[in-house]
Design a protein around this ligand. Structure first.
Ligand SMILES: *Cc1c(COP(=O)(O)O)cnc(C)c1O
Length: 354
């Protein structure tokens, strides 16, 4: 059945091993982030085998899927107060910025007889989650005093909302905040979680400030790309995922639409270049599965023209070979497509290299 998402689990394991070794050489442990592949357990196993210290996901449903994995589990998205009990049951730790939520976690932890570890998120410029730096120590003190809660560390997030790139300077601030928290709360050996694949370049260049203890890595493990500059990382595979989809029409058409034009299926108006008659392939894959801007045809000369809900339109006039309806085309994918394809019910996932 198509579309298929082919996942080379061996390549993911090799990437994770390379990154775990790299981190170890600088005293950094790696938390393996599973949301990119919807926490499919057989893929998560590759991360476990590579030596990551914990598994992390933004969704409770995904953490539940990882239940049998023999590693601590971290909830990445701030817990919803309404789901405090599930958070405590399915996650050993969570990232937090709201005292009211941590109070709910405290009550749930006491009721379950299971302590819960809290990592306080500090806002360092990207303007998504986190308390302001100047109130971090007070927030930490309040959280640390709650029964059933263990203040386990401090963290920050970058390059997710504001597009702000982490630097040695901003992560140095995070280390200082962590040290002030340790002093204020009498805690020792706290986790100082220095961000995601956008912080990887600092590890790569040996520029992570001393004191950072861990990174939460998803994309660089899965796609072999760091996300501060979108660069492929040396010695990592960037082709662990391949999308395969079927050609359902091959026709030569004028490149310009004919007739009065309004918006497309999504209300967007588009412009087209007149290239005369072109051979087009219609593929059985649409925006419901993956946004076309995150797909890269592996067929040289093929160009994606656009997509509607269920159709992808390609110009294959310049591609070698002769094509027939029913042929299968392959695509490399970027992170935006990986998230949606992994979660799409009608995309078959095929795991190889296990
Ligand atoms: C998704 C996520 C990560 C991992 O991000 P990558 O860019 O895939 O490495 C890290 N931290 C948080 C809070 C996240 O939501």
């Amino acid at each position: 059945m198509f579309p298929q998402l082919i996942v080379d689990v061996a390549k993911i394991r090799e990437n994770a091993e390379t990154l775990v070794q790299h981190g170890r050489s600088q005293g950094i442990s790696i938390v393996g982030v599973t949301k990119g592949f919807a926490a499919i357990p057989a893929i998560a196993q590759a991360l476990v085998d590579s030596g990551v210290e914990a598994l992390a996901d933004s969704r409770i449903e995904n953490l539940e899927r990882l239940g049998a994995m023999p590693l601590p589990k971290l909830l990445l998205r701030l817990p919803s107060p309404s789901r405090a009990a599930e958070t405590v049951r399915l996650a050993d730790a969570s990232l937090n910025s709201e005292l009211d939520t941590v109070r709910a976690l405290s009550a749930a932890a006491r009721a379950a007889g299971k302590p819960h570890r809290v990592i306080l998120m500090v806002e360092l410029g990207d303007r998504r989650e986190g308390v302001p730096a100047e109130s971090a120590v007070d927030a930490a003190r309040a959280m640390a005093g709650l029964p059933g809660i263990r203040l386990a560390g401090v963290g920050a997030n970058f390059t997710c909302f504001g597009g702000v790139i982490p630097t040695a300077e901003s992560l140095g601030t995070l280390v200082e905040i962590g040290q002030a928290m340790e002093k204020a709360c009498g805690a020792e050996s706290m986790t100082i979680s220095g961000g995601s694949s956008s912080s990887f370049y600092l590890l790569e260049n040996g520029e992570l400030p001393r004191g950072i203890t861990s990174l939460r890595l998803g994309e660089v493990i899965l796609l072999g790309r760091e996300t501060a500059f979108g660069r492929k990382v040396d010695h990592l595979h960037d082709d662990a995922f391949t999308l395969r989809a079927e050609v359902i029409e091959l026709q030569t058409k004028e490149s310009l639409p004919a007739g009065p034009t309004g918006g497309d299926a999504f209300g967007e108006s588009r412009s087209f270049r007149d290239r005369g008659k072109r051979l087009r392939a219609l593929i059985a894959l649409g925006r419901q599965d993956a946004a076309p801007e995150y797909l890269v045809p592996r067929l040289a000369g093929a160009e994606i023209l656009g997509a509607s809900s269920d159709h992808l339109v390609l110009d294959i006039s310049d591609a070698p070979g002769t094509w027939r309806v029913g042929d299968v085309l392959e695509f490399g994918i970027a992170y935006g497509a990986l998230l949606s394809l992994s979660n799409a019910a009608c995309v078959e996932k095929i795991l190889i290299g296990r």
